[in-house]
Design a protein around this ligand. Structure first.
Ligand code: SF4
Length: 322
């Protein structure tokens, strides 16, 4: 069996939110709860769910931009949470992030050259000339004119800025890219250009992607496998074809029913979920989804379903499949 490039085991992140109404005890929001997932070299795994489901927190935990409450993340057999700051810095050059908002993620006072050279300087890579050459090469690779290196972020469109963000992430020759909603701030017409660029770059540089998005439609075009998250946990995990053609979890079914089908003759009935996701400070007993699930039954209100294998590569956490 192939060893995963990234192994996430029982990962948990709880954010303290203060004391309860009577000034007693500790309140907390569990953003990621007991999450286990393997990511294999060269694959794209989509992480999908509504806002607040913990998907972005997961990306930040992996890169140790925030500390986990418990659990383990192993990258290329190295236990990331036991590494000293310096050692983590060494690993970080192999794991880079592309952020959601290309407007906010580029320093407006820095030229493109400075923005792209910065990761190389941080990781002490290359001479001044080599960094300059790499900047020009990378701009070309992401479809921008190398002469743009002297320009500033405000001189670019949203799609071009995201190309710069992607170029910055690739400067250190990483193996793993964590892309957090990389196209959601872009116009629909630009989204597919950036997704195609990411796919081309994956082939060219043998990249592994963890692609975080609230939009199952976007994730489909790029992912080999998809993990659907609800309230900090994985509700369903499957390869893209199985998940889109035969979703098992009622939450996935509801999310998919809102995605326009590429086949205009295929009719999909829209499933409207009741209410908002529950308050993560007080998650419901039993299945976290039972307060909104159109298929909930008695057991769902009392007993939490476990993520179990339904068929090869397809897992769901739902009592309907026990
Ligand atoms: Fe719905 Fe019950 Fe399955 Fe939860 S366990 S998704 S409430 S049917």
């Amino acid at each position: 069996m192939k060893e995963p490039l990234l192994k996430i085991e029982s990962l948990k992140k709880a954010f303290p939110t203060g004391k309860d109404l009577f000034g007693r005890g500790k309140r907390e929001v569990v953003a990621v709860n007991d999450l286990t997932l393997n990511v294999f070299k060269g694959e794209t795994i989509g992480i999908v769910g509504e806002s607040g489901c913990g998907k972005s927190t997961l990306g930040r935990l992996i890169l140790r931009l925030i500390d986990a409450t418990s659990g383990r993340v192993t990258y290329s057999s190295e236990d990331l949470f036991s590494l000293k700051k310096r050692e983590m810095q060494r690993i970080r050059k192999n794991m880079q992030m592309v952020f959601q908002d290309p407007y906010a993620s580029l320093n407006p006072r820095h030229s493109v050259a400075k923005i792209l050279e910065e990761p190389l300087i941080v990781h002490q890579m290359g001479t001044k000339q080599e960094r300059k050459d790499k900047t020009a090469e990378m701009l070309k690779i992401v479809g921008l004119n190398p002469d743009y290196a002297s320009r500033y972020p405000h001189q670019f469109s949203g799609g071009q800025k995201q190309r710069i963000g992607i170029a910055r992430a690739l400067m250190t020759n990483p193996e793993l890219i964590i892309a957090d909603e990389p196209v959601s701030a872009l116009d629909v017409s630009i989204q597919s250009q950036v997704l195609n660029l990411l796919k081309d770059l994956q082939k060219e540089f043998s990249l592994t992607y963890l692609f975080i998005s609230h939009d199952l439609g976007v994730v489909r075009h790029i992912s080999d496998r998809v993990a659907v998250m609800y309230l900090g946990e994985i509700a369903e995990l499957a390869d893209s074809d199985s998940l889109y053609e035969k979703p098992l979890h009622p939450y996935t079914e509801a999310l998919l029913s809102a995605v326009p089908s590429s086949d205009p003759s295929a009719k999909r009935e829209r499933i409207l979920l009741k209410g908002e996701p529950p308050n993560p400070e007080k998650p419901p007993e039993g299945c976290a989804f039972h307060t909104r699930c159109p298929k909930a039954f008695d057991k769902c209100r009392k007993i939490k379903p476990l993520l179990t294998k339904q068929k090869e590569g397809h897992y769901a956490a739902c009592h309907l499949y026990e």
